[in-house]
Write a protein that binds this ligand. Sequence first.
Ligand SMILES: Nc1ncnc2c1ncn2[C@@H]1O[C@H](COP(=O)(O)OP(=O)(O)OP(=O)(O)O)[C@@H](O)[C@H]1O
Length: 293
Amino acid sequence: MELKLEGVSKTYPNGTRALQGVNLTIPRGMFGLLGPNGAGKSTLMRSIATLQDVDAGAMTFDGIDLRRDKDRLREVLGYLPQDFGVYPKVTAWDMLDHLAQLKGLAQRGPRHDAVKALLQKTNLWEHRDRRLGGFSGGMKQRFGIAQALLGNPKLLIVDEPTAGLDPAERFRFHNLLAEISADVVVLLSTHIVSDVADLCQNMAILAHGNVVAAGHPLKLVESLHQRVWKRFVTHQEELDALMKELEVIAVRRVAGQRLVHVHAESAPAGFEPATPDLEDVYFHALARASKQS
Ligand SMILES: Nc1ncnc2c1ncn2[C@@H]1O[C@H](COP(=O)(O)OP(=O)(O)OP(=O)(O)O)[C@@H](O)[C@H]1O
């Protein structure tokens, strides 16, 4: 069971090339799709969710041709969109029950069993009679996952689900996704690097509609071993000079100071070795991509 994308391209009518020949193989488990704003993540998510058409390329999931058999894909798809809205005056139970009916769960008994199981799974059972308008951001996102899981999907797409969640809610949401991903393909789109570092067995980085890096997060980090160097800088002029001379991949704030990470085959003067992490992989891939474009 895998999702396969080959040469997927999409240009909007205004000429924006949102996807430029995307090739990806996405196996069972959590797959993280990282990219900055405008990289094309949502375009790709909506296209896989059969909500919009691509111009070229092939997309298949478990023997289903996504471009031809949209209805078959929808039967096995769960989708939590980026802008998931809820009816504020409706209770969690009533809303999920209604959505379950729309999903085709016609018989009351089995439907109620499914609704109950999903509210329990997402830790919302005790809040079932509360109106959705009173839910916190994290509770709304967990409700979003409950509705996406109706009908036991085999492919679950979640688009930027943790934006705006506090650390405790994010942690809870991560645990929920990790639990679900044992049985299904979960495609998580995000611009938060630590979401992918914490959760995903496989990942890709998208920039300007292109896949600029893909693989196992730890292997990608390993590929930068002894190639990332760090140094604190105090003055802007120092930083400007480094930017000109070296391949600066990130400037972070650490305890109020600026810490520069550069990519180089050996230590530049004044730099010491840094232990690379997924942020280095991400910024290095983006820097390489913007140089090439
Ligand atoms: N309906 C549209 N018409 C024209 N251009 C669009 C449309 N939707 C998206 N775009 C453009 O396509 C590119 C990719 O957008 P997309 O929303 O897929 O990126 P993203 O990676 O999901 O970014 P974000 O995190 O900001 O949602 C951007 O340049 C965006 O402005």
